[in-house]
Design a protein around this ligand. Structure first.
Ligand code: NI
Ligand code: MN
Length: 228
């Protein structure tokens, strides 16, 4: 049983776990780096890390079209439910056994206001343990925090970390994050969507590969990495 992760551009991911399609932060229509479109992407579940527009993105349209269940914090889950869509509310530190695996919401240092000004609770990252035992940490939008070490203690196979700077960790802090988490593999995201967060991911990956035991994988939007 493998896990295939595809970077859809910016912070949007598509995970194929067993027979399930799990989208993360599907910001596609207004995303200049999007590798797919909101009217064709498949989803059984949508994970929403926080309320910002570059993460909520096309969630409502995709959930309407596909009937996907949206998994997010309680405040955003309430906002989703009010639109007549399926939502599963969790909160920071809490995990639940979904059909695709055990998903825990992790701490993130960031904001979470929704695009219409509604209160979006606290931002989160995701720690997914698949039924086959793979552990994937998606930090989502966050600054560096020391408790990434605690997440790493669980034994992370793959970490997906923002490196864009300005809104989230930049390359230097993301490198420190790799040292705290000690994942087997790491993929950068949330960079180069716009000039404001332009970064040299290959240079960052070279540093990761030199200074840590993790193997960095730089994807282009639309490219995949498979844990097997
Ligand atoms: Ni954000
Ligand atoms: Mn963002």
């Amino acid at each position: 049983m493998s896990v295939k992760l595809t970077w859809l551009g910016h912070a949007a991911l598509s995970l194929e776990v067993d027979d399930y399609k799990v989208l993360v932060d599907p910001f596609l229509s207004d995303n200049p780096a999007a590798s797919t479109s909101q009217d064709s992407v498949a989803a059984d579940y949508i994970l929403l890390s926080h309320g910002h527009g570059d993460h909520v993105g096309d969630t409502v349209a995709i959930a309407k079209r596909t009937g996907a269940m949206v998994i997010t914090n309680a405040e955003i889950a309430g906002w989703i439910s009010k639109k007549g869509l399926k939502a599963h509310a969790q909160h920071l530190g809490g995990g639940y056994h979904h059909p695709f695996g055990y998903l825990k919401l992790t701490f993130a240092i960031h904001g979470s206001g929704l695009p219409d000004g509604s209160y979006g609770g606290n931002p989160a990252g995701f720690l997914l343990t698949t039924k086959a035992g793979y552990k994937i940490y998606m930090a989502c939008d966050t600054g560096l925090f020391g408790d990434m070490r605690l997440i790493g203690e669980e034994g992370v196979d793959l970490a997906v970390l923002p490196i864009g700077d300005n809104y989230t960790m930049g390359p230097d802090d993301a490198l420190r994050a790799v040292k705290l988490i000690q994942p087997k593999h790491v993929i950068p995201f949330h960079y180069s969507t716009w000039d404001l967060i332009a970064q040299d991911a290959d240079a960052w990956a070279a540093q990761v590969n030199t200074e840590t035991d993790a193997k960095a994988h730089v994807l282009k939007p639309g490219e995949s990495f498979t844990l097997k």
